[in-house]
Design a protein. Structure first.
Length: 630
């Protein structure tokens, strides 16, 4: 696990300043505190920071092929490396290390750009081909590992985090108004945009080639949901369990201590249960909780820990966590409004005190249908059949009049779900996450924008981004198209950056067996009824692992990693929130109307609405503008 950065100039004779590349590399020292490395040639420079996990003695980078004509810097883990190495050695390649990084170099020699098709794992890497004067950059299939790039000053710059690019002299910091527009609805800046107009993110499952000063980007993988498996059900069920077990087994590869994050949900419980059966020592498990009982899952995490005899550790998150905000902004580099970053930060910090690698249950919801909106979408469609006059008149007023339940997670709030129903019915089912989980609707944003923002903004509805993924999914049913849309958007946009940035902030490697592409490809082609039936989600996982897990865990419904923001902002944190958001010199008022923000603050403070997530989004935007755009 590492952080990478580098640049290549159009002018092949232009020297790379060592100090510039050094600053780019130092900016991501947290991603790899164990060592650094550089490669310099006329017109090109590569750099890396290493977090040593495998091959501690000889795995430093950059690494090259035998004659030094192909060099690589790599961030990630390749879990099928033990199978790749002997195959490559049979083809005459000589290995100087025991590192998985070296296998990628030789795969590139054998297969060129198609080398990514042979990799099983998480990765972002850059290969410099000296003979072709070609830079080849690739990102893993689901976006576990990040990669930013930009064309500036006659160069292509790249790095694991946006802050790498900002170290280059004179790099422009102009905010991307379209990115802010989409952020206010989605809670993240969607690929390939970044929060800065002159920088971009390489999307998951894409690779970039720079050659002769020209950039080309291509997609190399998309998850297929058809045709459905024709394997007999008993055999297919066994194959699902075996594939998940194998995905866990290969992620136990480590020369440093490892453990697991345990949330109390079924996904992380499965991972811990399988680890317990594969390891010859107790699993180290780590969980986060809250004093607010409705948000606390520690009781369920303890049930799993006791079942498998783990070495268990816990931490309670309190409102003082707001003090983390500057650090969160520093590590995300972009406005990011998933408040679960707060407990994830503390979870990573606690975990790193004991281990260097932690497995988690990320991806189980997107692979096997875990979100309640998967069965709620059809209900919204039924509500949409109600005549508009009745729906937008009497019924919508009744729903808006329901009491606010800000003292519990959204998954546990009936009134919140009913309030969302009215909004969901007005939006296309092609944008499921916007239907049920958006922060600001298009109408609310337009009302909130200053006239200058409205006039300058050139961006369509945020939901349209997801609707395009829904339309082009390699799937036939609505459920599968929605799952595909989440894999392509919500997963790499919100969930994976949260885990990557918060774990890397503490030099901790996170591994996600459910995001193994073999697991994803197997799950995608399962019948929809194996995933969602009625109001039962992840049905196949509940049935397959009923013999492994405590019954209370297999029966539990989905509970997200929620944070009691509305309560905190109404009580302990009301004053500091107001000091930041309502300050006369607040930067958000370059784009948003002051009276609109004040109304959101006041409604939440009075308990008339739960605006916790919206206030958190605005707060993060304000802090980001102060740090990056000024």
């Amino acid at each position: 696990m590492c952080g990478i950065s580098g640049l290549v100039y159009r002018d092949p004779e232009r020297p790379v300043e060592e100090a510039v590349l050094g600053r780019m590399n130092t900016a991501i020292r947290h991603r790899g505190p164990d060592s650094d490395g550089f490669y310099f040639r006329p017109g090109v420079g590569l750099a890396m920071r290493r977090l040593a996990i495998v091959d501690l003695a000889t795995g430093d980078q950059p690494l090259s092929n035998e004659d030094g004509s192909v060099w690589i810097v790599f961030n990630g883990e390749i879990y099928n490396y033990p199978q790749l190495r002997p195959e490559l050695e049979k083809r005459g390649h000589v290995f100087r290390t025991h590192s998985d990084t070296e296998a990628i170099v030789h795969l590139y020699e054998e297969h060129g750009l198609d080398c990514v098709q042979h990799l099983r794992g998480m990765f972002a890497f850059a290969i410099w081909d000296e003979k072709r004067r070609r830079l080849f950059i690739a990102r893993d299939r689901v976006g576990k590992k990040p990669l930013y790039f930009a064309e500036h000053d006659g160069a292509l710059l790249f790095g694991s985090e946006l802050k790498c690019l900002l170290q280059y002299p004179g790099f422009p910091r102009e905010p991307d108004l379209a990115a802010i527009h989409h952020y206010l609805t989605l809670q993240y800046v969607p690929d390939p945009q970044s929060a800065l107009r002159h920088a971009r993110k390489l999307p998951p499952a894409h690779h970039l080639v720079w050659e002769a000063g020209r950039v080309s980007i291509e997609r190399y993988w998309q998850l297929p949901y058809e045709p459905k498996w024709e394997t007999p059900a008993p055999e297919l069920r066994e194959r699902v369990r075996a594939t998940i077990t194998e995905a866990v087994r290969i992620r136990l590869m480590s020369d440093v201590p490892l453990g697991a994050h345990l949330s109390g949900g079924i996904d992380s419980a499965i991972i811990v249960g399988l680890m317990a059966g594969l390891m010859d020592r107790p699993v180290k498990t780590f969980s986060i909780g809250f004093k607010e009982a409705a948000f606390n899952e520690l009781e369920h995490a303890r049930t799993v820990a006791q079942k498998f005899g783990t070495e268990h550790h816990e931490f309670i998150v309190e409102p003082a966590a707001i003090e983390l905000l500057p650090s969160l902004v520093e590590h995300f580099d972009e406005p990011f409004a998933d408040a679960a970053a707060i407990p994830t930060w503390y979870l990573a910090r606690m975990t790193r005190e004991h281990v260097t690698v932690a497995l988690n249950g990320d991806g189980g919801d997107e692979a096997f249908g875990g979100y309640q909106r998967y069965f709620a979408d059809p209900l919204a469609d039924l509500y949409r059949l109600v005549p508009g006059v009745l729906r937008h008149g009497v019924l919508d007023r009744l729903l808006r009049a329901l009491p606010v339940q800000s003292g519990r997670p959204v998954e546990r709030s009936v009134t919140t779900a009913l309030r969302h129903l009215a909004r969901a019915a007005d939006l296309s089912h092609g944008a499921s996450i916007v239907r049920w989980g958006s922060f600001f609707t298009e109408a609310e944003k337009r009302t909130l924008y200053t006239p200058e923002m409205s006039q300058s903004l050139q961006a369509g509805a945020s939901a349209a981004l997801l609707e395009e993924s829904f339309r082009t999914a390699l799937a036939r049913t609505r459920l599968d198209r929605t799952l595909s849309t989440d894999v392509q958007n919500y997963l790499p946009g919100a969930l994976l950056p949260k885990v990557d940035r918060m774990t890397m902030a503490h030099s901790l490697e996170a591994r996600s067996p459910f995001l193994d592409h073999a697991v994803l490809e197997l799950a995608a082609r399962l019948p929809g009824s194996w995933k969602v039936r009625g109001t039962t989600t992840k049905r196949i996982l509940r049935e397959l692992f009923a013999d492994l897990l405590p019954p209370s865990i297999t029966r539990r419904g989905k509970m997200g990693f929620s944070v009691p923001l509305a309560l905190w902002f109404r009580q302990t944190l009301a004053a500091p929130l107001g000091d930041l958001l309502l300050a006369p010199d607040a930067r958000i008022y370059r784009y948003l109307r002051r009276d609109g923000v004040r109304a959101i603050f006041d409604e939440n403070a009075a308990g008339r609405a739960d605006h916790g997530k919206r206030l958190w989004a605005l707060l993060n935007l304000e802090m980001w503008l102060r740090k990056y755009a000024d």
